[in-house]
Design a protein around this ligand. Structure first.
Ligand code: GLN
Length: 319
């Protein structure tokens, strides 16, 4: 690939998308997230041809809901896909990620998918380990195998979430009542909120996206680290539920598997079979985006615009 030309293009698209940061604001329901500068926008793309970065790419931020795909994959790897799907479905809801309404309204009370809080709390309870620390350590070991490092916990964000987690607490106690959530509710909340509070960088997200793009094959370790069936299932859930209740719009206008978090991060996978003439990464790539100004749907406003620009300009779209 002509690295300089593509790097320049990416810088231009990032600066063009940056103006959309004004249309969102930093998440304020978690007090520690409200303090970040909402005008930031950065991107990192990795693939066999190398690495492209633009904008505020040297940042770290908390995983938030992006942790939901990681805990889903780890729970499936440790307990088996069937065991996980007995407790969490794979249907989109069209409701907000922290909505409680369908838990009681649906016939079974089964969480609709692993990308909403009800599903992720249930999955946190399935992770192996007797204590929150053991569960987190186990998940960190998988992550370390994928990205080569253990992610630090942002204690300030965790404490801020823990103190204000009334809605998550309500969802978790309800799931305990219906028997979907296993074990001690406060322990499960601790695991879930600590997963949300792990700090990542854009290249970590891009590498996970690249592994998913390659159906679970780790391009640097040159070995299959996630079974193909699980990688594909995860991408299908990302397409249908990964961008909260804006997943339909994201599929319609961007057309790629992605997962967002309220800190403003987005992890996206561009599988190699989607390659086009314009696409510089012939063998697929992973993309990490960070833009903390989020919209009402919880997604980074400028981040989504930037991914839309990339998928259109590079003519890469699942559909
Ligand atoms: N920790 C946040 C919560 O549970 C994560 C939400 C998100 O990123 N959508 O509310």
């Amino acid at each position: 690939m002509t690295h300089d030309r593509h790097a320049k293009q990416l810088r231009t698209w990032t600066e063009q998308a940056r103006r959309y940061t004004r249309e969102g604001k930093s998440a304020d329901y978690i007090p520690a997230l409200a303090q970040v500068d909402p005008s930031q926008l950065g991107v990192c793309i990795v693939g066999k041809e190398g690495r492209l970065v633009a904008g505020d790419s040297d940042v770290s931020f908390t995983l938030q809901s992006i942790s939901k795909i990681i805990s889903f994959m780890v729970a499936c790897l440790e307990c088996g896909i069937d065991c996980v799907l007995e407790r969490v479905d794979v249907e989109p809801t069209g409701d907000a990620f922290d909505s409680i309404i369908r838990l009681e309204a649906s016939r079974t009370g089964k969480p609709f998918n692993p990308m909403i809080n009800a599903g992720a709390l249930t999955i946190a309870s399935l992770l192996p380990g007797g204590t929150p620390t053991e569960k987190l350590n186990r998940l960190q070991s998988w992550l370390e195998m994928w990205i080569g490092r253990r992610l630090p916990l942002n204690q300030t964000v965790f404490e801020s979430e823990w103190k204000t987690a009334n809605r998550n607490r309500a969802i978790a106690y309800y799931l305990k009542e219906t028997d979907y959530l296993q074990g001690d509710v406060e322990d499960v909340l601790e695991v879930y909120l600590k997963l949300c509070s792990l700090e990542v960088r854009l290249d970590d997200l891009a590498l996970i996206g690249w592994i998913l793009a390659l159906d679970g094959y780790h391009p640097l370790r040159q070995t299959q680290v996630i079974p193909k069936r699980l990688a594909r299932l995860t991408k299908a859930i990302m397409v249908t539920c990964g961008m909260y209740n804006a997943s339909g719009k994201f599929a319609a206008f961007v057309g790629l598997p992605a997962k967002s978090g309220v800190s403003g991060g987005i992890l996206c996978a561009m599988p190699p079979r989607l390659r086009s003439k314009q696409m510089p990464f012939r063998e697929g790539c992973g993309i990490g985006v960070y833009g903390p100004a989020i919209g009402d749907d919880g997604n980074s406003v400028a981040g989504v615009k930037l991914l839309q620009q990339l998928s259109e300009q590079w003519d890469v779209n699942l559909f």
